[in-house]
Design a protein around this ligand. Structure first.
Ligand code: MF3
Ligand code: CO
Length: 250
């Protein structure tokens, strides 16, 4: 599938979708505390998404059973909410969510501290978020895609963290996953040339230890192979001739 450039009408719908998703994340951030179950986070997330007139895009996506991916500590992405699983003081938890508004998608993720966490874990969360912003400094028309990847990789590795090769960002629009794939490390070549009107989900996922991953028996939960912690930060952005517009951050 070719990479698409969105029309003004489509961009407007993606702005709406992104704004709603940013608000959902802000509201979910407020309920993160020791004792809450991952299922409670999913229930509230789904309710907020539907109340805002959106559809939770992850629900039933390739059989994924929930609306919010909740990934704790060594879980990188795609953790499945469960009513028996609760958060403990000192955990870090990544929430990944997607919404569809009038046929257009937005995708975003945040990692939160649960109560008081170690300085080391806070650094992992902070550097992951910084990687997103370092990456999107290069997200503008005329640049090449892997300039984003390269900036993410440099900042992560300069801080001693690693990047799983199997998990990438992606184009987004009427579909959750569109071309191009956006690796969080620099592949060979330059990647496609960015054009104004492209909409991308840029999503660094950083491991505190080694980059290797493992998928659990549930066929979804993606964990670090060495048991080290992992953090995730993602927004849907719009490429312009100047700075990108971050659609899913309010
Ligand atoms: N945000 C995830 C991604 O970009 C999507 C989760 S896939 C789902 O790949 F199946 F969990 F919905
Ligand atoms: Co994504």
């Amino acid at each position: 599938m070719a990479v698409t450039v969105k029309s003004q009408e489509e961009i407007q719908l993606m702005r709406e979708a992104g704004k709603i998703l940013g608000q959902v994340h802000d509201q979910l951030a407020e309920i993160i505390q020791p004792g809450i179950t991952t299922m409670e986070i999913d229930k509230l997330g789904e309710e907020l998404i539907r109340k805002a007139g959106c559809i939770p895009s992850f629900k039933n996506y390739e059989g994924y059973p929930a609306s919010i991916c909740v990934s704790i500590n060594d879980e990188i992405v795609h953790g499945i909410p469960n009513e028996k699983n609760h958060l403990f003081e000192g955990d870090i938890v990544s929430l990944d969510a997607g919404v569809i508004y009038k046929g257009y998608q937005s995708d975003a993720a945040r990692t939160h501290a649960v109560g008081k966490i170690s300085d080391e874990d806070q650094k992992l969360i902070d550097v992951t978020r910084e990687c997103f912003f370092k990456g999107i400094e290069f997200a503008r028309a005329g640049n090449h895609l892997y300039q984003i990847s390269s900036a993410i990789q440099k900042h992560a590795e300069a801080n001693g963290f690693s990047l799983p090769r199997e998990l990438t960002g992606h184009g987004i629009g009427q579909n959750l996953h569109e071309d191009p794939m956006i690796p969080n490390y620099k592949p060979l070549g330059r990647g496609i040339k960015l054009l104004a009107g492209m909409t991308l989900a840029v999503e660094p996922m950083l491991n505190a230890g080694k980059k290797d991953i493992w998928i659990l028996e549930d066929d979804w939960t993606c964990v670090t192979r060495d048991g080290s912690k992992s953090a995730h930060y993602e927004n849907t952005i719009l490429i312009t001739d100047g700075d990108p517009e971050i659609l899913s951050l309010v």
